[in-house]
Design a protein around this ligand. Structure first.
Ligand SMILES: Cc1ncc(COP(=O)(O)O)c(C=O)c1O
Length: 362
C-alpha cells in the first residue's frame, strides 16, 4: 500500500553539504551565511530589509515589540490560525482581539477587523492562511485611517502573491517561519521583513540582547538570532522554493479538478492572488457521504495522511476562554476542514491514488 504523509520536508545532499561547509568553517552561530540569506530573501520578497531569527514565533514577537505593542494595547488577530499568531501578542503583555474569518478563503474578515478596533488597538496581524494572501487592501484601509500597524503573518506563504506583489512586502512588517513542514525550511527558523529602516534596526537590536554594540545594552532584548547552520539550509531551500511552490500548485490544481463532484468543497482562491498551498484544505460538508472523522480514517486505512488545521479556533483555547470572543465561521471551519497532501514530494502516481481513493468512497 502507498504511504502518503500529509506533510514532508524535502531536504537532500545539497542541504547536508551546505551544513557540513558551515561546520568545517567553525563559524556556527550568526554570521556571513545569515547575512547572505537575509539579503537574498529580502530581494525575493521585494522588501528593503530581512532579519533572520530562530522561529516564526520570534519573528512575530519582535515585529510586535518593534511596532511598540505592550501592556495596555490590543492587537486584532484571526481566530482561525495557528496559536502563535495570538500568543505572540500575549507574550508582549497585550490583549489579542479575535476576528472571524471568511468562510470561503478562511482568511481574516476585514469587516470583523473593523468591528473590533478599539482606541487601544495598536496593530492588526493578518495571516496568509494555508498559503493564500488575505485581503490586504481592505484590511490596510481599516488600519491606515487609524495609524494602526499592519503585520503579515506569512509563516505559511513564502512566494505567495497579492496583485503581483510578494508576501513579505505587503504590510508594514512581514513574519515568516521555516519550520520543517513549511514551504521551505531551515529546521527551526524565521524571518522578519520590512521596508522601514527604523523598524529593521529595532528588530536587529531586539533579537540580539538589545546590544547596540558589543556589551552595550540599550534595551531589554532576546537571543532570537538565526545560526549560520540554519541559514545554510535556508539558502539551499530558497533556491528550490519556486520549484517546490510550482509543484504544490500543480498538485492542488489536480485535486481541484479531480475532487470536483465528490461532495467535498475544494479550496477557494480569491481573484488576483497566488496561493502557494502550504496546506490543501477541503471542507467536509454536513451532507457528505461520511463524517469528517470517518473520511479521515478511511483515508488513513488506505495510507493517505490527513490532518485538521485547526481543530480548535484560537479564541476557544483554554488560555483564551476568558475573552468570550464569538467567531462562528471559525467554529464551523474547525468542525469541517481536512488537509490533504499536496507537498512537493507527492507524485503524479500519489495524486491518482488519492483521486481514485476519494472517488471510491465510502
Ligand atoms: C500561521 C503561523 N504563525 C506562526 C507560526 C509560528 O512559527 P514557528 O513554529 O516557526 O515558531 C506558524 C508555524 O507553525 C504558523 O503556521
Amino acid at each position: 500500500m502507498r504511504e502518503i504523509p500529509v506533510a514532508r520536508p524535502l531536504v537532500g545532499e545539497e542541504e547536508v553539504e551546505a551544513v557540513a561547509r558551515v561546520m568545517r568553517s567553525g563559524m556556527l552561530a550568526q554570521g556571513s551565511v545569515v547575512t547572505e540569506f537575509e539579503s537574498r530573501f529580502a530581494d525575493y520578497c521585494g522588501a528593503a530589509h530581512a532579519v533572520g531569527v530562530n522561529s516564526g514565533t520570534a519573528a512575530l514577537h519582535t515585529a510586535l515589540l518593534a511596532a511598540g505593542v505592550g501592556p495596555g494595547d490590543s492587537v486584532v488577530v484571526p481566530a482561525f490560525t495557528f496559536f502563535a499568531t495570538a500568543s505572540a501578542v500575549s507574550i508582549c503583555g497585550a490583549t489579542p482581539l479575535f476576528a472571524d474569518v471568511d468562510p470561503e478563503t478562511f482568511n481574516i474578515d476585514p469587516e470583523s477587523v473593523k468591528d473590533l478596533i478599539r482606541p487601544d488597538t495598536r496593530a492588526v496581524i493578518g495571516v496568509h492562511l494555508f498559503g493564500q494572501p488575505f485581503d490586504i487592501g481592505a484590511v490596510r484601509e481599516v488600519c491606515e485611517d487609524r495609524e494602526i500597524v499592519l503585520i503579515e503573518d506569512a509563516a505559511q506563504a513564502h512566494g505567495a502573491e497579492y496583485h503581483g506583489r510578494r508576501a513579505g512586502s505587503l504590510a508594514d512588517i512581514g513574519c515568516f517561519s521555516f519550520y520543517p513542514t513549511k514551504n521551505m525550511t531551515t529546521g527551526e527558523g524565521g524571518m522578519v521583513t520590512t521596508d522601514d529602516d527604523a523598524l529593521a534596526e529595532k528588530i536587529r537590536l531586539l533579537i540580539n540582547h538589545g546590544q547596540s554594540r558589543k556589551y552595550l545594552h540599550t534595551v531589554i532584548g532576546y537571543n532570537y538570532r538565526m545560526t549560520n547552520i540554519a541559514a545554510a539550509i535556508g539558502l539551499v531551500q530558497f533556491g528550490r522554493l519556486e520549484e517546490f511552490n510550482k509543484r504544490r500548485i500543480h498538485n492542488a490544481r489536480y485535486l481541484d479538478h479531480h475532487l470536483a463532484g465528490t461532495g467535498l468543497a475544494t479550496p477557494c482562491v480569491a481573484p488576483g492572488v497566488r496561493h502557494v498551498y502550504h496546506q490543501y484544505v477541503v471542507k467536509v460538508p454536513g451532507d457528505y457521504v461520511l463524517s469528517r472523522d470517518a473520511f479521515m480514517s478511511a483515508l488513513a486505512d488506505r495510507g493517505i495522511g490527513t490532518a485538521v488545521h485547526y481543530p480548535i479556533p484560537v479564541n476557544r483555547q483554554p488560555v483564551y476562554e476568558n475573552t468570550h470572543a464569538s467567531c462562528p465561521v471559525s467554529d464551523d471551519l474547525a468542525a469541517s476542514v481536512v488537509s490533504l497532501p499536496v507537498h512537493p514530494a507527492v507524485t503524479d502516481e500519489d495524486l491518482a491514488y488519492i483521486r481514485d481513493t476519494v472517488r471510491g468512497l465510502p
